[in-house]
Design a protein around this ligand. Structure first.
Ligand SMILES: Nc1ncnc2c1ncn2[C@@H]1O[C@H](COP(=O)(O)OP(=O)(O)OP(=O)(O)O)[C@@H](O)[C@H]1O
Length: 919
């Protein structure tokens, strides 16, 4: 969706949400761009080391020079360690970034992109371009280019990465490379510690070993036995195939940190017997795999997979080879490529076993608690919590779960449904640690919109904990940093926002320098994409333990869930990220086997996540919470709107047929706009009218010297509603204002009119969400027209103002409607004083809608909550709805319990904990 947002021409059509935590990479000072190599200072003093003098080849020297430019405060010995740990310059830079951060480094992005990706004549400096004006075709071509570099990655994933980086090809490439290099070239943890001098919690792992496939060759005896195979092996030693083998192996390498896959162990030996085992694995894989599994073999299309199944049975290695040779279109390479997928499975299997081990350890502990009798071993509400408040039973379970993980040095994700009190449980846990003597420092990173709420909850629940708010202007934060580093302030917990914690090198450096005990990340689903810079930066925070809080851990696919797990348990997962990535991002290609295939993956993912995630649903644990009733309101469009929609649909269809490259996403957005309100397009202000208006504008003192042609051009790209506002603003064109009837003319407004009237009579209070700020503008006209009292909050509302607006709504019962943009009001806020949520327009991601719905349906709600979704009949919105329902099914499959005993919550605390853990 964010892609659509950027495609939008209307600059404030979609809520830009100033605090949406996107990293502003452009903030790097451009005055620092023209760096010249430093020739003085200790950093270039590499000749002082005789070792370096002797061993430095030209390329190492060049690398050292480059790295010295980038990391001027690092010694040559440190830089050399980085260089020696990788084979390429890019790898060295990436490793340097991970190890040293950007501390003391200037304009990394600029230098990196210009210096390491020179592309004479091909460089597209997108950084200077406005997103909104970036042509869609250009975006497609950037996407294509990036996809060429990362053919294994899903295009949508890459689109997201590009979005995260404002469509800067180089920044996206860099982010993905950093990730890839992290997998392939990051030095071992001990090296990292040596270099950095202090501990870094990052994706450290051992150097890749020798590539196993290179050794996948026949023993002389076997070669003699089978001339054909011998020929094959010979061919594999040269050129392309060897290259391919190497890269395959690199991809599927790094294995688990504590050992290699059994397959690699097999191949690392020349022993014939072991070779036999490998062959047996390949034969049995090709014999038993489903169609979808076969298509996971590199270069194996669905057609080839079908052919393989037709050739079955494969009784042994020799017949397998012969059959492949005889079959049309099946190359022997496919047989060898099976190794990649077998390897992946073994890595993931090993991971599952380790996760099962942890589950067992936890289970043992819980059994112990049961045996000891719960009063001795379970943790009660910490004494320092506000005595007038009481944790609910499931919250105590949450606290016990957190304490259990802590005891076993395991990090986790508290993924209770929205509104169950994750904030409160996290605070209770920090209070528990405090009582045990762990006084921090801890860090809580939250979206800006929930910052005030966190501070308030801390004060409310645990005033004894000293909270330091790390938030403010650059200057404010500078002072705060100095106070923190010089220990001038006394605190237990730092609370900050995602933006403030990583927006510049000094912020990031602070959280690498302060030795944090716990780092808690609220709305942790913001870390669902491990390729983003935000993810990478937050990974480097110097925290002993991490805890993620999220109400929507699973959104689009299992890979996102794995990203979250990797974030909290990098030691466990980082060595398997490439396997995980492939295993969980590939899609089933056949529909008939989809369910078995998906079921298998879901079962795997469940096993992996079991020890690390605690998720309770409101329906399970909050029996006393009033129900939530969903209502779908399919709205027929108004007559004019329907005609305009059909005309637009036909026009867009023609344009798609004419130009295949036309951006489908943009087409979708155009249709969505029309489905919501016709004034989000321009049709009433014809070119003729605009010509007249642009001439009249010259009468305005502000436009006296303006060129009417240019005014006309500006007007041409505005929507009807924007032009209407312009007419309200300038007296000379006031006559051109739109008639009220047109402003109120939409199918959804027709439904809303009666609906709001009824709700008002019933004494209900309404929270009304839209994703589009301009839609909120038109809704304001509608509410004013009907004389309803309302409040509004969107991305433009000052952060400091937000809590007051929310309090206002929660305390002044005469305010009937709260207008909210999904971005600004969808996360983390409490609006239990309302009992109706209307989603004027649905989101492509149903979890964003769920987040919005649960602002009212949460602890503290006393009335039945009605969720009403408005969907325009016969429009693109109906397809979006269907798509969304499929996405929600994945979550349902993941969270449904195998035994089907949901809802029955045992009272005994330890048993409750056990049930919650799924043990
Ligand atoms: N035990 C309790 N007693 C009284 N109020 C509670 C209790 N637990 C939670 N609350 C209140 O319930 C509301 C929801 O809690 P909280 O904001 O922590 O939920 P959450 O799970 O973090 O939600 P989200 O995922 O939407 O951020 C808050 O107003 C909180 O103060």
């Amino acid at each position: 969706l964010s892609y659509f947002r950027r495609c939008e021409k209307g600059v404030h059509f979609i809520d830009s949400e100033s605090d949406n935590e996107e990293l502003n990479h452009k903030s790097l000072s451009r005055t620092e761009m023209q760096l010249t190599p430093k020739t003085n200072g200790s950093s270039l003093n590499y000749s002082s080391s005789s070792h370096l003098n002797v061993n430095l080849g030209d390329s190492a020297l060049t690398k050292l020079r480059k790295l010295t430019e980038l990391f001027p405060h690092r010694t040559s010995a440190e830089l050399m360690q980085v260089i020696e740990s990788t084979s390429t310059l890019d790898g060295a830079v990436a490793s340097g970034l991970i190890l040293f951060g950007e501390e003391g480094m200037t304009s990394f992005t600029y230098l990196y992109s210009k210096t390491y990706y020179p592309c004479e004549g091909r460089y597209i400096n997108l950084e200077s371009q406005d997103d909104d004006t970036l042509a869609d075709e250009k975006k497609e071509s950037i996407l294509k280019k990036l996809h060429n570099n990362f053919p294994d990655l899903d295009k949508e994933e890459l689109r997201e990465v590009l979005n995260e980086h404002d469509w800067s090809y180089w920044e996206a490439l860099e982010a993905l490379q950093v990730f890839a290099n992290q997998e392939d070239e990051v030095p071992s943890e001990s090296e990292a510690k040596n270099i950095n001098g202090n501990e870094i919690t990052s994706n450290f792992k051992k150097q890749p070993k020798e590539m196993p496939l290179m050794q996948l060759k026949q023993t002389p005896a076997a070669e003699e036995q089978n001339g054909k195979i011998k020929k094959h092996d010979k061919s594999r030693k040269g050129g392309r195939i060897i290259q391919r083998e190497t890269s395959d192996s690199e991809d599927s390498e790094p294995l688990s940190s504590d050992g290699d896959s059994s397959l690699d162990e097999d191949y690392s030996s020349a022993d014939e017997e072991v070779e036999g085992v490998c062959r047996t694995k390949i034969v049995s894989f090709l014999q038993d795999a489903t169609l979808d599994e076969l298509t996971l073999i590199p270069q194996c299309s669905l057609r080839k997979a079908q052919k393989i199944t037709e050739l079955r049975p494969f009784n042994n290695w020799e017949t397998l080879f012969q059959m492949f040779q005889r079959a049309n279109g099946l190359s022997e390479d496919l047989i060898w490529h099976c190794k990649t997928i077998i390897n992946e499975r073994e890595v993931v299997h090993k991971l599952m076993c380790r996760c099962a081990d942890i589950s067992q350890r936890l289970e043992k502990q819980v059994t112990q608690i049961i045996d000891d009798g719960e009063s001795n071993s379970t943790i009660e509400q910490p004494d320092i919590l506000n005595k007038s408040l009481e944790l609910k039973a499931y919250q105590l379970v949450g606290l016990n779960w957190l304490a259990l993980l802590h005891k076993h040095h395991v990090n986790g994700i508290l993924a209770d449904e929205m509104g169950l009190g994750k904030t409160v449980q996290a605070i209770a846990f920090l209070a528990f640690l405090y009582q045990k003597g762990d006084k921090g420092p801890h860090l809580i990173t939250v979206p800006a919109s929930t910052l005030d709420n966190w501070i308030r909850e801390f004060k409310h629940w645990c005033p004894e904990l000293k909270i330091l708010l790390y938030y403010g202007s650059l200057e404010d934060r500078k002072l705060l940093r100095s106070d923190i580093l010089h220990k001038i302030v006394d605190f237990n917990v730092i609370v900050t926002t995602y933006s403030c914690s990583i927006s510049n090198a000094d912020d990031r450096s602070l959280f690498r320098r302060v030795k944090l005990h716990y780092a808690v990340f609220d709305e942790g689903h913001m870390l669902k994409n491990m390729s983003t810079i935000r993810y990478q930066h937050l990974m480097t925070f110097n925290a002993q333990h991490r805890l993620l809080l999220t109400g929507t851990p699973l959104q689009n696919n299992l890979l996102e869930l794995m990203s979250l797990l990797n974030f909290v348990m990098p030691n466990m997962f980082s060595s398997s990220t490439s396997e995980i990535r492939r295993m969980f991002s590939s899609k089933a290609k056949t529909s008939d086997e989809q369910s078995t295939f998906e079921k298998g993956r879901i079962a795997h993912a469940k096993k992996i996540m079991k020890p690390f995630i605690l998720r309770r649903l409101k329906s399970e644990v909050l029996q006393q919470l009033p129900p939530k009733q969903d209502r779908l309101e399919i709205c027929s469009m108004s007559e004019k709107q329907g005609q305009a929609y059909t005309a637009l649909f036909k026009k867009l269809k023609r344009s798609i047929n004419r130009n295949e490259k036309s951006d489908l996403c943009n087409v979708m957005m155009q249709l969505r706009k029309m489905a919501n309100h016709p004034l989000l397009h321009r049709q009433y202000y014809t070119a003729d009218k605009l010509r007249k208006m642009s001439k009249l504008m010259k009468k305005e003192p502000t436009h006296r010297d303006a060129n009417p042609d240019l005014i006309f051009e500006d007007m041409e790209v505005m929507t009807d509603f924007e032009l209407h506002l312009l007419c309200q603003e300038f007296g000379s064109i006031r006559n051109f204002q739109l008639d009220k009837n047109l402003l109120l003319d939409s199918g959804k407004f027709q439904i809303l009119e009666q609906m709001l009237e009824d709700l008002k009579t019933q004494g209900s209070r309404v929270v009304l969400f839209s994703q589009f700020t301009m839609m909120l503008d038109i809704l304001e006209v509608f509410l004013k027209h009907h004389k309803y009292r309302y409040l509004r909050m969107d991305g433009k509302t000052q952060i400091s103002e937000r809590i007051h607006v929310i309090d206002n709504f929660n305390t002044d019962m005469d305010i009937f409607v709260f207008l909210l943009s999904t971005k600004a009001g969808g996360l983390g806020i409490n609006l239990t004083s309302a009992n109706v949520v209307i989603l004027h327009d649905i989101d492509c991601n149903p979890y964003n809608d769920k987040q919005a719905e649960d602002r009212c349906h949460r602890v503290g709600q006393t009335k039945t909550v009605h969720i009403i979704k408005l969907v325009s009949k016969g429009t693109i919105e109906e397809s979006m709805l269907k798509n969304g329902q499929q996405k929600l099914k994945l979550e349902h499959d993941m969270t449904s319990s195998e035994t089907g005993e949901e809802g029955s919550i045992p009272l005994n605390m330890a048993t409750l904990l056990k049930a919650s853990l799924g043990l």
